[in-house]
Design a protein around this ligand. Structure first.
Ligand SMILES: *[C@@H]1O[C@H](CO)[C@@H](O)[C@H](O)[C@H]1NC(C)=O
Ligand SMILES: *[C@@H]1O[C@H](CO)[C@@H](O)[C@H](O)[C@H]1NC(C)=O
Ligand SMILES: *[C@@H]1O[C@H](CO)[C@@H](O)[C@H](O)[C@H]1NC(C)=O
Ligand SMILES: *[C@@H]1O[C@H](CO)[C@@H](O)[C@H](O)[C@H]1NC(C)=O
Ligand SMILES: *[C@@H]1O[C@H](CO)[C@@H](O)[C@H](O)[C@H]1NC(C)=O
Ligand SMILES: *[C@@H]1O[C@H](CO)[C@@H](O)[C@H](O)[C@H]1NC(C)=O
Length: 558
């Protein structure tokens, strides 16, 4: 095993022995993923699932290369997961009853796999901490999507089902030339008939992996190419919002990324942040594009209320251009911006001047932090952030973990595993550790494992004595599903919390209803004075199979 430890400041090395509090953010490399971790999702306190293409990964199962794996956070090892259909470039989400689904995929390169394009793979909650007895269920003949979908997106919505958006039917070298311009749901709605989308039609040919975000009133924000809409699932209507400014396009193969910023009581005002991508024309043939074309450094942010939409997008600049960045919500309300490259595009071996097989070049190796509450121009910083030596460009995955640090894996701008090239396949797993990982942290000693909407509940906590508790944040999070520079279903809803005088209990109020936090599994993190606890997995809502009824009380989103 190759181990490397990269510490942000040389001082931290010296100080490490005497004062853990002096440590900053750090990258720690530990373990290898066995398969390319191009899709990543946390499924239990100790496990994450990785999916890749059915090709030639080193991890084996049943005498052939595996394309699914369970990553064990305790041992930092990957074990193979038996998968029937090809998961390559699919997506996934949790349902309201705690079951995870993986959907979409590819025509397999490896004959051990079946066509995964209309695949639905079911992973029921699994209590086995090691994952040894955890299995994926598939029945391709009887359980599948209505359409074949490669490069499709997902979002868990207000009734606990999963909306499945767009994609392409067949292999494409680059642009979406054989589109699936429709939405469908799991479990199916409308007797399984997909809903056509004028938005997906308009946003061709750069509309793969549409950035799809469930809003707190139950509608869905969608961004594809440089266009934006709000889709109303109940009325089946699309409302056009302003384009992303300055011709910047943010979906595959011009990947930028998008996230719903943390929602806070009492108003839960939704704001979207979109960063990176490319301002190249989407009419240039792929062979005339270059790996050296600068990516966009633009972030665009909009408040998603009638007044906010009237004001439109507010533009700010990343510290560097990034194609294929990913944004991770942190339990203290900040946003980590990581991964990606300064130049080029997503996808493999399609532009005119490849570097190895990569369409992108000049990996960005230093993450940034975005502070949503800071004034414009002062929100983005990489002060104190470490620099890694491992590229994370196309086919990388990243997620917040139950421990509160960030797992980063993958990178494969090649169509299968290729080791002996520039921008080679990457198996090394890294953690990006926030400073609090080496400090005394708050602990959640006890809390309900299931919470209803609009209720008060109690958390028993242990708060280190050195913390004054001048800020108390209780974050309810969906850790989302990472695929192709987008973290679908990722969400953070802050809950009002009052600390008892003896600092041993918190009285917490759950989100008002199932539109503010789509019902299903979540993780609760407690942050005291910027020091975050480990996450506690809970069920939010009635825990029933979708579609579930509205729960809690309505609120007017302003
Ligand atoms: C690539 O390298 C990994 C180890 O880093 C090895 O396990 C695998 O067999 C190699 N695969 C190929 C196709 O060379
Ligand atoms: C890597 O992970 C293993 C298993 O958790 C642990 O024992 C080891 O200390 C870790 N190494 C580093 C450098 O963190
Ligand atoms: C896995 O399942 C087997 C057979 O049902 C059982 O004997 C074993 O205890 C289980 N292991 C774990 C870690 O749950
Ligand atoms: C969005 O892209 C279209 C098609 O390339 C272009 O006509 C339009 O001007 C762009 N919008 C903005 C705001 O740049
Ligand atoms: C396109 O993006 C590049 C790189 O960020 C920038 O230099 C250029 O000015 C942008 N062009 C337009 C028309 O906005
Ligand atoms: C959750 O619901 C889905 C869809 O109805 C079903 O396939 C799955 O088995 C259910 N999970 C559990 C744990 O009952």
């Amino acid at each position: 095993m190759r181990l490397s430890r990269i510490i942000s400041s040389p001082l931290a090395l010296v100080a490490g022995a005497t004062s853990a509090a002096a440590a900053g953010w750090e990258f720690v490399q530990n373990g290898t993923s066995g398969i390319i971790a191009l899709e990543v999702m946390v499924v239990s306190p100790t496990l994450a699932i990785f999916f890749d293409r059915a090709s030639n990964d080193p991890l084996m199962i049943d005498g052939h290369a595996a394309w699914g794996a369970l990553w064990n956070f305790e041992t930092n090892t990957a074990s193979p997961l038996r998968v029937i259909t090809d998961t390559f470039c699919g997506s996934g989400a949790f349902l309201s009853n705690g079951t995870m689904i993986s959907v979409g995929g590819n025509i397999p390169a490896n004959p051990a796999a079946l066509d995964g394009r209309n695949g639905v793979r079911i992973f029921n909650p699994c209590a086995d901490a090691t994952g040894a007895n955890c299995t994926l269920f598939e029945d391709p003949t009887n359980l599948h999507l209505a359409e074949t979908r490669w490069y499709t997106s997902t979002a868990r919505v207000f009734d606990g089902s999963v909306m499945i958006v767009g994609g392409i039917h067949e292999d494409t070298p680059f642009y979406n030339t054989d589109p699936v311009n429709s939405f469908e749901f799991f479990p199916p709605k409308d007797n399984g008939v997909p809903r056509p989308s004028a938005f997906l039609e308009r946003s061709l040919p750069v509309n793969l992996f549409p950035r799809t975000l469930a809003l707190p009133d139950g509608t869905v924000l969608m961004i594809a190419n440089n266009q934006t809409i709000i889709y109303d699932i109940e009325k089946n209507t699309e409302t056009i919002l302003p384009d992303i400014p300055n011709g910047v396009r943010v979906t595959n193969p011009f990947d930028g990324t998008a996230a719903l910023l943390p929602l806070s009581p009492p108003n839960f005002t939704p704001e979207v942040l979109v960063c990176g991508g490319s301002n190249s024309s989407d009419q240039i043939p792929a062979l005339q594009l270059s790996t050296q074309d600068p990516a966009s450094d633009q972030c665009s942010r909009m408040v998603l209320t009638p007044e906010g939409i009237k004001k439109g997008w507010q533009v700010e600049r990343l510290l560097e251009p990034r194609t294929m960045p990913e944004m991770i919500l942190l339990p203290n309300g900040q946003v980590l911006i990581t991964n990606g490259a300064r130049t080029g595009y997503a996808a493999v071996a399609s532009v005119g001047d490849l570097v190895g097989n990569s369409n992108a070049d000049h990996a960005v190796l230093t993450p940034s932090i975005y502070t949503p509450t800071a004034p414009l121009g002062k929100r983005i910083s990489n002060k104190g952030m470490p620099t890694t030596n491992i590229e994370r460009m196309y086919h990388s995955g990243v997620t917040l973990t139950p421990m509160g640090n960030i797992l980063i894996a993958g990178n494969n701008p090649n169509s299968e595993v290729v080791n002996d090239t520039v921008h080679a396949s990457e198996f090394r797993v890294e953690y990006l550790n926030p400073p609090f990982m080496s400090e005394a942290r708050p602990k959640v000693l006890n809390m309900p494992s299931k919470i209803a909407f609009n209720r008060q509940f109690t958390m028993e906590v242990d708060i280190p004595r050195n913390l004054k508790a001048s800020t108390i944040q209780v974050a309810l999070m969906d850790l989302g599903f990472s695929s192709h520079a987008f973290h679908s279903s990722q969400r953070l809803v802050f809950m009002d919390a009052k600390l008892s005088l003896d600092r041993k209990t918190l009285a917490v109020t759950s989100p008002p209803n199932n539109r503010i936090f789509p019902p299903g599994p979540g993780w609760v993190f407690l942050t005291i004075d910027d020091v975050t606890s480990e996450g506690t997995k809970i069920m939010v809502g009635n825990g029933l199979a979708p579609p579930v009824q509205d729960q809690g009380v309505p609120v007017r989103i302003v």
